[in-house]
Each structure stands twice: as structure tokens, then as C-alpha cells.
Write a protein that binds this ligand. Sequence first.
Ligand SMILES: [Ca+2]
Length: 316
Amino acid sequence: MRKQIALFVIALVLAIGLAGCQQPGEPGTVAVRPDNVTINLASGVFTVDLTATVTDEEGNVVKLEAGDLTWEIADAGVAAVAPQKANSAVLEGKQVGETKLTVKYGDMAPAEVPVKVIDEEVMPPSGVKAPKALAPLKLGEPWPVEEKNVYQAFQKVDDKDVGWKVWVFWDDDNVYIQYDVYTDWPLGNQKTERYIYEADSLEWQIRNDDGLRQKWMVAETEAKGYEVVVRYPDRDYYVAPNEYHDVLIQETDFGYRGQVILSMKHPKLAEFNIGLGTKVGMAVQVNDSSDGQTRDRILGGFVDSETYTDLWFMYK
Ligand SMILES: [Ca+2]
């Protein structure tokens, strides 16, 4: 009996001793997910979440406490790393280049994660892009319009190209629309409120995949100045500038240019929840009048025909 107890005690001591051997410094592995990182600054997503797992030589996952891991980035100019919980960190791309993240636990062989920071323009998979404005766009100033992001419609009239080009931008506060109308008819609108579509005016309509739809109609009228009509479910009439809208329409050598600022604080725009990565369908038409009273032609006509083009809200 005494001998059996002695053996049991020895076994117990051995077991405790073995368990005690699994301290930092013993062979094991440090693994990080993802094990390879590419951050594209042009996407507008600058960070990647990293998670580390430490396994001892028995294959058991080691429970980590804050500070157990050391996260090191070789080139702090390219990327920065900020530990979060005991086993996680956030990696942030800073500038184009390549570097390496090293994650250490005791004397174990560290995990090494190659990090690449690139800045390569992303074009939308369909339709057109609305780039983010890095600073608020101001009426009357040149907006950063580029042909590659244009949404346009032209038709030949007496051998002349008549139509429009539209660009959309956004930031956290506003959606910005520039529309350049190529027409040889004079700029004018003698209608007001619900009838502004009968003379020179823009109709900008969007809808999302949930079936939410809204239309903004914009014109400079003789009656009131810059009018904005928010169409659904019942027309709301505004004169810009107001807390939600600002508009500038000016004649140009090709016709006229409109710049429209729509605040996302307006409930009918807010409900689209526009931000990085948002996609909506967009339809545009420009009503063109020769005398300011009669709609002689519709340029584009995509609102009436409900022909939508994908519009992607992207970073740049
Ligand atoms: Ca006109």
C-alpha cells in the first residue's frame, strides 16, 4: 500500500513537472492570420486586422495575456502596427513599399508576415465611379472631373453633338453632381415647382437594391432662382441655397454647367446610407427647351425609360 502511494506521488510530481515545462522558450509555433498582407491605399481601406495563435510543442494553444506578444514592423514608414487584444493587432498602411511584420513570443521562432502597400486605382466592376472628394467641393471652382469617370449621353442634331456629361463625387457630408450640358439653345426656365421639367432642368434619380428610389430635379428658374424638387413620395420644393442644397448653373461656350451639392443630412438622401463601397443605380436626363417654356427635347431620357447605370461610391 505504501509503495502504491509512493508511485502515485512520483507520477503526480512528474505530471506537474511536465506541465511546468511548457513555458515560453520551449519549441512551438507562432502563427499569424493573414500570413501575407497587401494594402491598397487607393481602395480607401488602410488597415488589416491580424490574429496570432501560439501553439506549444504538444500542439496545445497557449493562452495569451496582454503583452505576451511583440509586434514589430521593419519599416515604420511603410506600415504601422498597433496591438489590440492579447492575440490581435491592427496593421495600417502608410505609404507605398514593402516591409515585414515580425510577431514574437518568448524564444519561439517568430512569425513573419510579408507586407506590401500599393496605391493602384480601382475601377468599378460595372457602370461609373463616384470618387470621394478629399476636401469639400465648392461651387464655381473646378471640380476634379475626369473622362474615365464620366456618365454621358449624346445625340447628333443637325450634325452637332447635343447631350450631357455627368460626374458624381461624395464625402461624408454631401453628394456632389456636376453636369455639363452641350446645347445650342439658350439657358432658361420660366416654369416653377412641379413644372420645372418642362424647360431646362436636370433629373437625377437613384435607386438601390432594396427598391428604394428617389429623384432630384434641379433648375434655375426665372420665378425663384435655383429650385430643387425632391420627388418621392410627395414633391418637396426647395430654393437653394438652403440647409440641404446648394446649386450653381452657369453658361459656358458649349452650353451650360451645373454644380449641385446635396446634403446627406436630407432624410431622402440619408436613407441611402451612402459611404465607401455603396452601389446604386443611377438614371439621368436633361430636359432641353428652346424658349424656356416648352420641353422640346429630352437628352438621355434614362429617367423616363428607367434605364439605370451602376454608380459606385469609391475612394479615388
Ligand atoms: Ca434652353
